[in-house]
Design a protein around this ligand. Structure first.
Ligand code: 5GP
Length: 164
């Protein structure tokens, strides 16, 4: 598609505050926030402050290689947080967007059976997402420009090897 939804930093700030209000009003008090890098890290950090939650963890998932171009399946990259005892924890998964929902489903399934409770929060959710997040700020079907990835990186790096 050529239609784009542009989120600037100021609106991002308002979005996560509103998302946090919704989560708090729902009575959900996560013990830890699990962010999906890299976009979810911004969301998790802001939500952690707004929800007064001091535990943040992250998982690295690689899926998108460009606008609308993906790998076959999302893959979780090392290090997978296996050493952390999530058993009795209420976990909030945080990401920027549930698009196909495959990334969130991967992390959600990773948590199932290992945690007391798991819910997810995203700024955007697309209508075709196979995961319906408990907390969504806005629904859209357009390609989203996030403030952290709107501009080109200040340096170009070739041949970077991902930890797998
Ligand atoms: P999914 O697995 O739900 O298809 O996609 C998850 C990840 O892909 C998101 O966390 C995000 O990094 C990237 N992604 C998916 N849709 C968009 C989009 O519309 N805009 C941007 N900038 N990234 C997206």
């Amino acid at each position: 598609t050529d239609v784009r939804e542009t989120l600037d930093y100021q609106t991002f700030g308002r979005a996560v505050r509103e998302l946090a209000q919704t989560i708090a009003a729902d009575g959900f008090e996560p013990d830890l926030i699990l962010s999906i890098a890299r976009g979810g890290v911004f969301v998790a950090g802001a939500l952690a402050y707004a929800l007064d939650c001091k535990n943040i963890h992250l998982v690295n998932v690689e899926f998108y290689t460009g606008v609308g171009t993906t790998l076959e399946m999302p893959v979780m990259l090392a290090p997978v947080p296996a050493a952390i005892d999530f058993t009795d924890k209420k976990v909030l998964i945080a990401d920027d967007v549930a698009d196909t929902g495959k990334t969130l489903k991967l992390v959600y399934d990773f948590c199932l059976g290992h945690v007391a409770e798991v819910r997810s929060a995203v700024i955007y959710e697309k209508s075709h997402s196979l995961v319906k997040c408990e907390y969504v700020w806005k629904k859209t079907d357009d390609w989203i420009e996030f403030p952290w990835s709107t501009e080109e990186p200040v340096v170009k790096r070739a041949g970077q090897v991902l930890d797998a």
